[in-house]
Design a protein around this ligand. Structure first.
Ligand SMILES: [Zn+2]
Length: 193
């Protein structure tokens, strides 16, 4: 995984902070191996498990800020309403009606392939003044957190492309499927919510 990350970093010229984290991750793995050589493999396995626990904390905890800024709450006493997994021909019109009724705006985190199937709903959401966010192209909820660099990039960029083609505006917000972040997503051009 670390090698894949580093390769992706080199290919796509990603940010310094991402590179720094990758180097730290590789050094921690190297340190675990050195400890194993010096003190025995039981210690190496223990250290490796500690590194893995940190990694899991970063990607599985949706509030963790270690991979970059995550917006967990709105400023002051405001409430940020977000709606995931659409657009849906049944739910989305009902939700739009409710939001209009209460003069409220929301961020709709859309799945790219659903947006592609229902472009009229995407346009309607944008027309009513709501924000549209990126929620990956296929919503791979069980495997997004451990996806490799190419697949991660494809999931995010295809969704960006579909929404931009429909609305004329690229999303600037991103939410990972079920909130499980991918180590590589710190490198995406969008913000996490
Ligand atoms: Zn979702």
């Amino acid at each position: 995984m670390a090698v894949l990350n580093l390769a992706a970093c080199a290919i796509w010229n990603w940010s310094y902070s991402a590179s720094f984290r990758l180097v730290v991750l590789i050094l921690l793995h190297a340190l675990a191996i050195l400890i194993g050589l010096k003190f025995g493999w039981l210690w190496a396995i223990t250290c490796g498990m500690l590194v893995a626990a940190c990694y899991c904390w970063m990607v599985l905890n949706p509030h963790c800020q270690w991979l970059g800024p995550v917006i967990c709450k709105a400023s002051n006493d405001q409430i940020l309403i977000t709606i995931d997994d659409g657009p849906d021909p049944h739910d989305t019109p009902i939700l739009l009606g409710l939001l209009d009724q209460y003069h409220t705006k929301a961020i709709f985190f859309m799945i790219g392939e659903k947006a592609k199937a229902h472009p009229e709903l995407v346009r309607e959401v944008a027309r009513r003044g709501h924000e549209i966010g990126n929620h990956t192209f296929t919503h791979p909820q069980a495997s997004f957190w451990c996806a490799g660099p190419w697949r991660t990039r494809r999931e995010i960029s295809q969704c960006q492309k579909v929404i931009e083609e429909i609305t004329g505006k690229a999303p600037c917000w991103f939410r990972a499927p079920v909130g499980h972040r991918n180590f590589l997503c710190i490198l995406s051009p969008v913000h996490w919510v």
